[in-house]
Design a protein around this ligand. Sequence first.
Ligand SMILES: Nc1nc2c(ncn2[C@@H]2O[C@H](COP(=O)(O)OP(=O)(O)OP(=O)(O)O)[C@@H](O)[C@H]2O)c(=O)[nH]1
Ligand SMILES: [Mg+2]
Length: 284
Amino acid sequence: MKSGFAVIIGRSNVGKSTLINSLVKTKVAITTPKPQTTRRPIQGVLTLPNEGQIVFVDTPGLMQKAKDPLTQRLSKYIADSLRDIDVVLYVVDATRTIGNEEKEMLKIAKSIDQPVLLVINKTDSYESRDCIDFYRDLASDFSGVVEISAKTGSNQDKVIKWILENLPEGDYMYPDFQVSNMTNEEQIGEIIREKLFLRLREEVPYTTEVEVHKVEEQKNGVLRIEADILTTEERYKRMIIGKGGQGIKEIGQSSRKELESMTSKKVYLDLNVKVDPHWVSRMD
Ligand SMILES: Nc1nc2c(ncn2[C@@H]2O[C@H](COP(=O)(O)OP(=O)(O)OP(=O)(O)O)[C@@H](O)[C@H]2O)c(=O)[nH]1
Ligand SMILES: [Mg+2]
């Protein structure tokens, strides 16, 4: 039996979270077209009977020399995630050119002692044709290279095969029914944050956090969820609530729809927007 941690790294928006969801065949991480969607390392567990267990770790995307407290916190999570690892999946986005941010990421990836697989993603996209050769040229610096689409699932069997070849022997780290390390509250908070990110424009998503206070099944079978959307300034609060409350209504509706299909229960969602300038400093 093989067993161990496969940490997924890469700059923001390359498709790390889409990949982990597709590899573990469950939505453990939220995904949006906006950078800095992932805020915490998230584990997704793939148990392969008779072969072993892979614990994937999704990480926040690396951003270029940003000095704001949130980005600094996310960079620390990336560094922390690279401590206890067996193998690394270094994900690049074939639709984008290699800029300074990728060069930073490349430096980190090359400095890792454990086996690193270069994962060239988004090969399903027509736009990957112009840039893909630049990424292919990087292959000689790594233990292996695979061209995939996290969206369609192409070549993911090759990723898993490479991981199993490079993992140490060992027993399961999680029971075979467990798919993620997140609590219910954390998972619900992430779904709401995804809907928030999808609806808000410009910098507003980065001023927000979601805190879930209560998840309780009532006698009538309805799941009652109480959550706050925190934002750093009054003007952002107004933008989130929207004209006549339309914004918060839509965020609530789309969150509830997904939470109902996730839990197979009827959901009552009590969602409030609050100003709290200090939520970043409370991230652990
Ligand atoms: N065409 C195409 N789009 C993809 C693929 N994988 C991811 N995407 C899109 O790329 C965007 C970013 O995906 P995420 O999975 O959130 O990216 P991430 O690397 O986790 O981003 P951060 O958490 O912000 O670092 C989303 O709009 C995805 O739908 C792919 O294989 N093909
Ligand atoms: Mg992500």
